[in-house]
Design a protein. Structure first.
Lengths: 145, 145
DNA sequence: TACCTTTGTATCGCAAACGATATAAATAAC
DNA sequence: GTTATTTATATCGTTTGCGATACAAAGGTA
């Protein structure tokens, strides 16, 4: 058995698992406000900056448009967002918040705190978090090129 | 705009993105040997310990059996593994490597090294990796309870 | 103007993930 | 020994994620 092929020696498996378990932890919180985790990400993008083309949302989330488009259609069907043709560039589809979508920001405001409680553990503290953030940002930067 | 609701302040989004980008980086390597990333994880489990019940594989990967069962069926259809009823406990399904599946370990032996190259970045070194591993293990431990 | 290339979205198909639920075998309770 | 409960898998339906591809609008180029 090659040492490198062992699951316990793999960074990737840890990230994959941590990501999935965190999404699961979000589930009950986001269910309350009627969002899935990827939909919550889209809403965070729009709360920061409304009226964005599909492409910009996709880039911000490191997703492809073929993932984002169906996501947005479901969110439109739920009444959280609206989609309209771009005026300058008719190829673009501009995504904007509906009143319902804007109002959701208030309801979601407690989610980060509640998640903070859920992921609270010895290894992640005020002191160590910035280092972890830098490492992940570096990794994401490397892989997204 | 609430500071905590910003994407850039979220650990979860970083993990989610890093995980996805790593899986994408695996894709061309695993395509060579005919596996998807989750299938590769299952193979790593079996290369370490053959003849495992579905449940044990699922637990090892922190997945549910309703995810693993279809995965295993596809891998069985590809001829990498075999599934048989447990002798002692007729409810169990024991998963074992086929000769083709065992032979794959040799072909996969270069994958960890190649992935190491792909994720190589300033922040992840011989020195910092153990710390990162501990942090993620702690997080996974906390969330999986 | 006509043609070519690029860009922005969308469609299609397949493989995860996972909640909810079903089923059968094993075990416990009575 | 029958009934109830637990346990091990599996089925179903929905949402992601993404490679491959299609298509129309925009921007060159001849």
């Amino acid at each position: 058995m090659q040492e490198q092929l062992k699951l316990d020696n793999q960074l990737c498996f840890r990230l994959y698992t941590a990501s999935r378990l965190i999404t699961q932890a979000y589930h009950p919180l986001l269910e309350e406000i009627g969002l899935t985790y990827p939909q919550y990400l889209v809403m965070m993008v729009l709360w920061e900056q409304d009226n964005m083309p599909v492409n910009d949302i996709a880039k911000r989330l490191y997703l492809e448009t073929n993932t984002v488009t169906p996501l947005l259609k479901r969110m439109e069907a739920e009444g959280f967002i609206a989609r309209r043709k771009g005026e300058k560039d008719a190829r673009q589809v501009i995504v904007s918040l509906t009143p319902k979508g804007r109002k959701l920001e208030g309801k979601a405001s407690c989610v980060p705190y509640q998640m903070g409680q859920a992921v609270a553990c010895r290894s992640i503290t005020e002191k160590t978090a910035p280092e972890l953030f830098r490492t992940l940002d570096d990794l994401i930067g490397t892989l997204s090129k």
